[in-house]
Design a protein around this ligand. Structure first.
Ligand code: DGL
Length: 279
């Protein structure tokens, strides 16, 4: 059983791509909708809530968890991997790992593997300006510009925080209002730069990708974080048979509690009803 964790509904964009890439694997999704949004919370709260979510997923039998949430990944993942997880592994006596979505996104954005030296990459890759739309906490961490510039100093990264967007999606505010919000954020970004590629660096934003595509200059490609994560997970599982990812195509959807008003947008994206259970 593979766990997928997010602050709310956004991680379903990642879950969808994971199921498409690995249909036989067993997945349990946990959305912490009751505590969403994470993107405007103090980092210590994000850390505490993320650890609680991981415990819940370990309790469901997951030994491998994908932290789909960008905010949780940039704020909490390093500490979790270096400090928290080793103690949990010792206590449980089983292999456990928690991985995030930043690495696959950086790989997709730079065209370089995580450990690949820019000089070893062969022919020069075209420079570009990448716009990153994300939560205030993710923007403040500087994770995307720092990690991209380390590998590809020729790429310019311009960030745009979207403080109200994830909670608007979670609350199920009308589509037209969400479209207006997206237009405002894209407008703010465009006053700073003209991007030729875009990262939607929050799991919720692909749920309204059509509004981003309409507000951005025509044809600007959006780097698809869920697909990059799915590709990375497939390679990871090939290299790590010690994690029992199941083989029965089981699906379970858990939530700490959500607003029913959000469901039409979410189920429209998913293409079906979502059988959520109370976590
Ligand atoms: N899903 C989270 C992310 O990817 C953000 C949403 C929130 O603020 O909770 O950053």
């Amino acid at each position: 059983m593979i766990g997928v964790f997010d602050s709310g509904f956004g991680g379903l964009t990642v879950q969808h791509a994971l199921i498409e890439a690995l249909p036989q694997r067993d997945f349990v999704y946990l959305g912490d909708n009751r505590n969403t949004p994470y993107g405007t919370k103090p980092p210590i709260d994000v850390l505490t809530l993320t650890c609680a979510g991981l415990e819940r997923l370990f309790g469901e039998g997951c030994t491998l968890v994908i932290v789909a949430c960008n905010t949780a990944s940039v704020v909490a993942l390093r500490w979790i991997q270096q400090q928290w997880l080793p103690a949990r592994r010792r206590e449980d006596g089983v292999p456990r790992n928690v991985i995030g979505i930043v690495v696959p996104t950086i790989e997709a954005a730079t065209g370089l593997g995580w450990d690949e030296e820019p000089a070893a990459a062969g022919e020069a890759k075209p420079s570009s300006t990448i716009a990153v739309f994300a939560t205030p906490r993710t923007v403040e961490s500087g994770c995307y510009p720092i990690e991209i510039r380390k590998r590809r100093p020729d790429i310019t990264v311009v960030q745009q925080a979207c403080p109200e967007l994830a909670s608007a999606i979670e609350q199920g505010v009308p589509r037209d209002d969400i479209r207006t919000l997206v237009e405002e954020y894209v407008g703010e970004l465009r006053r700073k730069a003209t991007p030729d590629r875009v990262i939607l660096g929050c799991t919720h934003y692909p749920l309204v990708a059509e509004f981003f595509a309409a507000a951005l200059p025509r044809g600007v490609p959006i780097i698809h974080q869920p697909q990059a994560t799915a590709r990375a997970l497939r390679f990871y599982l090939d290299r790590h048979p010690e994690y029992d990812a199941g083989n029965a195509g089981q699906r379970m959807f858990l939530s700490t509690g959500f607003s029913a008003e959000a469901l039409p947008l979410i189920e429209r994206f998913w293409g079906d009803k979502l059988p959520f259970r109370q976590a």
